[in-house]
Design a protein around this ligand. Structure first.
Ligand code: NAD
Length: 267
C-alpha cells in the first residue's frame, strides 16, 4: 500500500526536540522527505536525523531562526537547491517567556510574538509562494500544498502569566484561518493542531515531579499527559489526502482539556 506522504517534501520547523521531532519521525515513516529545521542545537537536530535515517527514512537538517526573514528565505533556497520543492510545512517552532503581565518586558513580548506568530507568517509566506508556483502534482497529492500550524489550546483558553504566549496562539488561529480562506481556491489547505499538555521540554515544570503531574492531571479528563506521538498521528492525517476536504480548522489533541473539567462535578 502507498504510504500516506510518499515522495513529498515536508519542512518541520523547530524539529530538533519535542513535538517537532515527533512529527518529523511520523512523517518520515509515511514516506516524506523531511527537513529538520533547528535554530541553535545542531547536535539535537543530528540525533533526530540519525534516528530517521536508521529507521530507513530520508531527512536533512537546515539551520534557520524562523523569526528572521532572511534566514527563512535562505532556508527555503537551500531546500529548493537540494530537493527542488516543498509540499508540506509544519509551522511548529515556538517558545514561552512567562511573566506576570505587569512585569513583562517588551523584549519578552516581542520575542514570543516574533517566533510564535511572525515566524509562522514568514515560513507560511514562502511555502505559499512555492505551492502557487508549482500547483498540484496529482501523483503526490490532491492539494497544491499543505500547511499545519502548531497552535495550542491557548488559542481559546486564556492563560494568566502567559499573555504573550496566549496572544501569539490567538494570532496563529486567525493567521491560519485567513490564509486558508485566501488560498482554498488554489487547492492549498491550511489547518492547525491545538495540543493540550504534551510531555516536552517546553513544559517540563508541569510534569517533572509527581506533585506537579497530579496537579496537571486535574486539567485533563483522559488522566494522562500527551506524548509527541499523539501529535505525530494527527499531523500525518492533516498532511495527507485522508483529510483533503478539511480546511481552516484547529484539530485539538488535548485529552479533553477543552471540556472544562473543572465543571465535572457541577463547578
Ligand atoms: P520544544 O521546546 O521541545 O520545541 C520547540 C522547538 O522550537 C525547539 O526545538 C526550539 O529549538 C525551536 N525554536 C525555538 N525558537 C526557534 C526559532 N527562532 N527558530 C527555529 N526554531 C526555534 O517544545 P514543544 O512542546 O515541542 O513545542 C512545539 C510547539 O508546540 C510550539 O509551537 C508550542 O507552542 C506548541 N505547543 C506545545 C505544547 C506542549 O504541551 N508541549 C502545548 C501546546 C502547544
Amino acid at each position: 500500500m502507498k504510504r500516506k506522504l510518499e515522495g513529498q517534501v515536508a519542512l518541520i520547523t523547530g524539529a530538533s526536540s519535542g513535538i517537532g521531532a515527533g512529527v518529523a519521525k511520523a512523517f518520515a515513516l509515511e514516506g516524506a522527505s523531511v527537513v529538520i529545521n533547528y535554530s541553535s542545537s545542531p547536535d539535537k537536530a543530528d540525533k533526530i536525523l540519525k534516528e530517521i535515517q536508521s529507521a530507513g527514512g530520508t531527512a536533512i537538517t537546515v539551520k534557520a531562526d524562523v523569526s528572521s526573514e532572511q534566514e527563512v528565505v535562505d532556508m527555503y533556497k537551500e531546500i529548493f537547491r537540494l530537493w527542488g520543492t516543498v509540499d508540506i510545512l509544519v509551522n511548529n517552532a515556538g517558545l514561552q517567556k512567562d511573566a506576570k503581565f505587569h512585569e513583562m518586558s517588551l523584549d519578552e513580548w516581542n520575542r514570543v510574538i516574533g517566533i510564535n506568530l511572525t515566524g509562522q507568517f514568514l515560513c507560511a509566506r514562502e511555502a505559499i509562494k512555492e505551492f502557487l508556483r508549482r500547483g498540484v502534482v496529482p501523483e503526490k497529492s490532491k492539494a497544491a500544498g499543505k500547511i499545519i500550524c502548531m497552535s495550542s489550546v491557548h488559542e481559546v483558553i486564556p492563560w494568566a502569566g502567559h499573555a504573550n504566549y496566549a496572544s501569539s496562539k490567538g494570532g496563529v488561529m486567525m493567521l491560519m484561518k485567513s490564509i486558508a480562506q485566501e488560498y482554498a481556491p488554489m487547492k492549498i489547505r491550511v489547518n492547525s493542531i491545538g495540543p493540550g499538555a504534551i510531555r516536552t521540554p517546553i513544559n517540563h515544570a508541569a510534569w517533572q515531579t509527581p506533585e506537579s503531574y497530579q496537579q496537571l492531571l486535574k486539567l485533563i479528563p483522559q488522566k494522562r499527559i500527551g506524548e509527541a506521538d499523539d501529535i505525530g498521528g494527527a499531523a500525518v492525517w492533516l498532511a495527507s489526502d485522508d483529510s483533503d476536504y478539511v480546511n481552516g480548522i484547529t484539530l485539538f489533541v488535548d485529552g479533553g482539556m477543552l471540556l472544562y473539567p473543572g465543571f465535572e462535578d457541577n463547578g
